[in-house]
Ligand binder design. Structure first.
Ligand code: 3AT
Ligand code: MG
Length: 335
């Protein structure tokens, strides 16, 4: 099935760049929505600090890494070092505090894979998930946000890929397809491997940002303003990059042997990670290394049914970008 021959790109590919850029622009949240998010974070912080003066709230996920489309829920992390009470009890207490603070639909999901409190703020209409002490997610949020500042094409590509994934219903981890976070990692890796490269590998550079989470040290180069213009020698348009992205995942990625690694800025082997066979529920049918939690395969949710769906969707997208007269419409047709 793997077609190693590189297919020449359709000759009019660059003509679609303005329409794809217009789609990107239409997905970017307005400044007013960002202001509402900050306002909600502030009012939540006030409520919580009455009970826990030393606790802090952080935004993470797409509302903080610049990959959020408009009207998304916000992800919040409560950082608290109360060792007296269990995480589940913190969540229950948190739910109580929020309930009496006039927030709606407050629910503590203490037994979820990532335990959270869910709520809806009637003032701004924003829904929000709060997790406890998930500081690694705060760090991966910063890493993604730093990559986004280096070259504008990363955000453009990731917004369009996320929009495609939602339209085609392959952005549903509970159904065995990939998370938004995984798609952004795939986009970063893809741009690291263009020639000339559009993104560097920040974790392979001199460390200017060092943080310790759960006694593991994480370090990378975060002075990204110094990397302005890094990808400038590569002039590929957004439509050409989209075409190449889907060609890669449809026809060139070696699903049997390869792992994509943003941490290394290259492909690494399944063999080297011991990801060659199913262990428990991890099947490793598409291998996407988490840049921080490197034993963690973001593709582990994918099973033998959903891998087929996913690869058919990559092929569909690749073929639309290659042949369809209206790729900017057909690509996003609902599944
Ligand atoms: P949406 O715009 O909400 O679809 P998102 O980037 O906010 O995209 P999620 O809401 O799924 O993505 O996840 C929120 C954050 O949680 C993103 C990332 O910082 C962290 N995260 C999500 N999935 C993983 C994972 N498998 N491993 C580590 N961190 C993760
Ligand atoms: Mg989110």
């Amino acid at each position: 099935r793997i077609q190693r021959r590189v297919m020449p790109c359709r000759r009019d590919i660059d003509a679609f760049a303005p329409s794809f850029l217009a789609i990107f622009e239409s997905l970017v949240p307005a400044e007013e929505e960002k202001a509402k998010q900050r306002q909600l974070l502030l009012s939540l912080s006030k409520l919580i600090n009455k009970e826990w003066p030393n606790a802090q709230l952080y935004l993470y996920g797409s509302c903080a890494n610049s990959f959020g489309v408009s009207n998304s829920d916000i992800d919040v992390c409560l950082s608290i070092d109360d060792t007296e009470i269990s995480k589940a009890d913190i969540l229950l207490k948190l739910a109580d505090i929020l309930q009496s603070g006039n927030l709606q639909n407050v629910q503590a999901l203490t037994r979820a894979r990532v335990p959270i409190v869910k709520l809806m703020d009637p003032v701004t209409g924003i829904s929000c998930d709060i997790c406890i002490n998930n500081l690694l997610a705060v760090v991966n949020t910063k890493l993604l946000g730093d990559y986004a500042k280096i070259d504008a094409r990363l955000r453009q590509l990731a917004f369009i890929v996320k929009h495609w994934a939602r339209s085609r219903r392959v952005n549903e981890t509970y159904q065995g397809t990939l998370s938004s976070y995984a798609y952004v990692i795939m986009c970063i890796h893809f741009l690291q491997l263009r020639r000339p490269a559009i993104l560097p590998c920040l974790q392979a550079m001199e460390a200017t940002y060092v943080v310790t989470v759960n006694s593991t040290k994480y370090a990378y180069f975060d002075q990204v303003e110094k990397l302005n213009g890094f990808g400038g020698r590569n002039k590929e348009s957004i439509s050409r990059l989209l075409w190449a992205f889907f060609q890669y995942w449809a026809y060139h990625h070696d699903y049997t042997n390869d792992v994509i690694s943003v941490r290394m800025g290259s492909i690494i082997s399944k063999q080297a990670k011991d990801w060659t066979r199913r262990i428990g529920n991890d099947r490793h049918l598409i291998c996407i290394e988490d840049p921080l939690e490197i034993t963690h395969d973001l593709g582990r949710v994918v099973d033998k049914f959903s891998i087929k769906i996913l690869r058919e969707e990559f092929e569909r997208a690749a073929n639309i970008l290659q042949y369809d007269p209206k790729p900017t419409v057909t690509l996003f047709e609902p599944y």
